[in-house]
Design a protein around this ligand. Sequence first.
Ligand SMILES: [Zn+2]
Length: 336
Amino acid sequence: MRKESTDLTPPPWLVASWGALRRAQAAGRLPHALLIAGPAGVGKRLLADLLACSLLCRCPGPDGLPCGHCQDCHLFRVGNHPDLVRLGPDPEGKSDEIKVAGIRALVESEGLTPTRGTHKVIVIDPAERMNPSAANALLKTLEEPAPGTLFCLITERAYLLPATVRSRCQRMLLRPAEEAQALGWLAGRVKGADPVLLLRLAHGAPMRALALADEPLLVRRDAAFAGFVAVGQGARDPVAEAQAWGDLSPKVSLEWLGGWVSDLLRLKADGTVAHLSNPDKREDLMRLVPHLDPEAGHRYLQRVLRARATQDNPLNLQLLHESLLIDWAVLGRKVV
Ligand SMILES: [Zn+2]
């Protein structure tokens, strides 16, 4: 069972979005379906959780925030509130789709009727993973909304949702935080890690930066980067390096690889460039720059980005890492 976030106050960059939801709720204008969209790591889930908990809480504060002490807040916190339903792909399942069964079960078993208070919240995350039947079943439910029911659809890729579903939802687009706000928020939460570096590695997304503060992952990044440099210099076998990357999720490995190659191209264009995604690796990257053919480098980056866009289900992760690292070995030693 998923434990819910215990940090139930809006971070500074979400205060305006929270305020808009809060005012809508106070005025009785909260929609039946909300589409919370935006890039990874900007706080879409946190905002949905805040809203859900504030609707379920028995005695929310004057600011609309959940009290944190009542029985409903407790049930929410331990991930066991009967009026909060989370629909996502089955983590044990072979497919990464959200299937129709979950939505049908809600509709057919009166699952849309609140059991404790006046609200029922259904969070669909990531919403774009709904297969066509699931989206269709949801659409029917949205056409005849049950009183007190709020659907929260969370997505990084709203364009993948059927237009019919999108048009039934009130859309809330979250934008990346301003750097100063994100750094202030991160500083109190990451211990021993450099918030500036973390935020840079996370492309400005604070939640992602916080996840990166997980130390073993940073150690993994250092090891993978050392391998990347060695492969580029012809000092390490790309196949052996792909094996070492073994269980790294493609979401992580391709993000890193893309970031390193982007930085190389930035440095090739201007060795004194101020903005790098990996400022801590500048010196090592500079050593690779003289051998990099910018045109081939851009083509390679496009390949990494394409692999990243379709990374949800690579047929064979080992082969993907191998083929990217073999090409990088050739590229890194190209005589320009
Ligand atoms: Zn409460």
